[in-house]
Design a protein around this ligand. Structure first.
Ligand SMILES: Cc1ncc(COP(=O)(O)O)c(C=O)c1O
Length: 469
């Protein structure tokens, strides 16, 4: 229970939360938020973070059950990451990566490549996740042109997938609430069925759904492959689409199909990479390597924006030539920021030194056991887990109006920062559980669930709500 008890809230000045909430609403246009609704669900004004806990201005604490949009792997204000950052800050906070280089970026690229056994030998840096997706799409398209196959210029993505909200990334995203308003602006892409294991019919398993989804992809490739540059997937878990999980066999089949039909495979590991699914890269669980891996979020431990695209040397070499225009002319000002790379090195050190994956597996079993009551709850379906991601769906007839919003607000009352996606409740905690915290977390989740479900009037208006992560 150490981590639960040590950090009891300290009293803060009364009224501080409301005052800063009002100032925030007057000056900040918050992301992923209907601002008219933000008056009813005001943003939590956070003062500090320590480990998995966040403290508001009045001293109340909240367990960050979503790792602050899935970025915070080792808790807030981690001393190891902080000391690496302080050291880097005093030597070289940033330098542009065109015409210059620096040791944190080089070491990071080398170490990440080594984690793929050298299969993905080059690393292109950017800043946020969506920028990595843009880069992978552009690189794939351009690489086919460079090797004399310019007709390969179309992209394929999965139904229910999410890859970010810039225009290219949004084009390969299939979540209506994010893309509908911009649809006229988006490039046309192909969508294939998701291998979401929840689609299994009676007597079927996740592997059957995977085989069926791969079968559809095969039929599509057979007809259209000459025009297809790349397929983009979120390996093992389609996160923002509602934590839809699939069998690793899907990825094996997809790899074989991409090889057979000469299609680049882009693994968007922005949410699922860095140990989130139980292996450092999610693709490892299928025993495959894609042609591109996009990483972001957890790679810098949740302190600074960093993203990167790893790719095979053969793709890198296709861009070599005498003319500048034959190269990959893409850049962002903060590409490969030295501070962010240094934080990422501290994250990799942690994986190398602390048996993070083994410990996560051990504590995850405790959470599983403590969530057992949900397995037989008739209001719940599809309780599932992959690595450090737990999810379950509340049956629509029990969820009621504005379920995610009510769940989030009830969570605040139980010291949880949690944000369901539609009717899907999920946990993506930092990798800091101990036995006390694992049980505390599950218990608070169940209490929140019971508050929300028992408060639900069975005759409430069933207005569906948009699913926002
Ligand atoms: C799989 C995936 N790809 C891309 C992104 C976009 O990352 P960012 O929000 O940093 O642009 C996200 C964000 O949630 C994601 O989950």
């Amino acid at each position: 229970m150490a981590q639960v008890e040590q950090l009891l809230p300290l009293p803060g000045p009364p009224g501080a939360n409301a005052a800063w909430q009002q100032r925030s609403l007057r000056s900040i246009w918050h992301p992923c938020t209907q601002m008219q609704r933000a008056a009813v669900v005001p943003p939590l004004p956070m003062a500090r973070g320590q480990g998995p806990w966040l403290f508001d201005l009045e001293g109340r604490r909240y367990f960050d059950a979503v790792s602050s949009w899935w970025v915070n792997l080792f808790g807030h204000a981690d001393p190891g990451i902080n000391s690496a950052l302080k050291d880097q800050l005093d030597s070289l906070p940033h330098v542009m990566l065109a015409g210059c280089t620096h040791t944190p970026a080089v070491l990071l690229a080398e170490r990440l490549s080594a984690l793929t056994g050298g299969v993905l030998g080059h690393c292109f840096f950017a800043s946020d996740g969506a920028s990595a997706v843009e880069i992978a799409l552009k690189m794939s398209f351009h690489h086919w042109r460079r090797i004399g196959q310019p007709e390969k210029r179309e992209f394929v993505c999965l139904r229910g997938g999410y890859h970010g909200e810039t225009l290219g990334a949004l084009a390969v995203t299939d979540i209506d609430v994010f893309r509908d308003a911009y649809d006229p602006l988006l490039m046309r892409v192909h969508q294939v069925v998701s291998p979401d294991a929840r689609q299994a019919a009676a007597g079927e398993g996740a592997a059957d759904v995977a085989a069926c989804a791969a079968g559809e992809l095969e039929a599509f490739f057979a007809e259209r492959h000459a025009h297809i540059a790349a397929l983009i997937v979120e390996p093992l878990v389609q996160c923002a689409g509602g934590m839809a999980m699939h069998d690793p066999d899907y990825l094996r089949r997809v790899r074989a199909l991409c090889d057979r039909y000469q299609v680049s495979l882009i693994a968007d590991e922005i949410a699922v990479g860095c140990g989130r699914t139980g292996s450092f890269f999610a693709c490892e669980q299928a025993g495959i390597w894609p042609d591109f891996i996009c990483l972001s979020k957890g790679i810098s431990g949740g302190v600074l924006p960093l993203s990167l695209v790893m790719t095979r040397d053969a793709i890198y070499e296709a861009f070599l030539g005498d003319e500048a225009s034959q190269g990959f002319l893409h850049s962002h000002s903060y590409t490969g920021n030295a501070l962010a790379c240094r934080a990422a090195l501290a994250v990799l050190d942690r994986f190398a030194q602390d048996q993070v994956l083994d410990r996560n597996a051990e504590w995850a079993n405790r959470v599983d056991a403590a969530l057992d009551p949900l397995r037989i709850d008739p209001r719940v379906e599809h309780l599932r887990r992959r690595g450090m991601i737990w999810a379950f769906d509340v049956r629509p007839e029990f969820a009621g109006e504005r379920f995610a919003e009510r769940f989030h607000l009830a969570g605040r009352g139980h010291e949880l920062l949690i944000r369901p996606i539609g009717h899907t409740v999920y946990l993506m905690p930092p990798y800091l559980l101990d036995s006390g915290l694992a049980e505390w977390l599950a218990e608070r989740l169940l209490k929140t669930f019971h508050d929300v479900i028992s408060a639900e009037d069975a005759h409430a208006d069933r207005t569906p709500e948009p699913a926002i992560a």
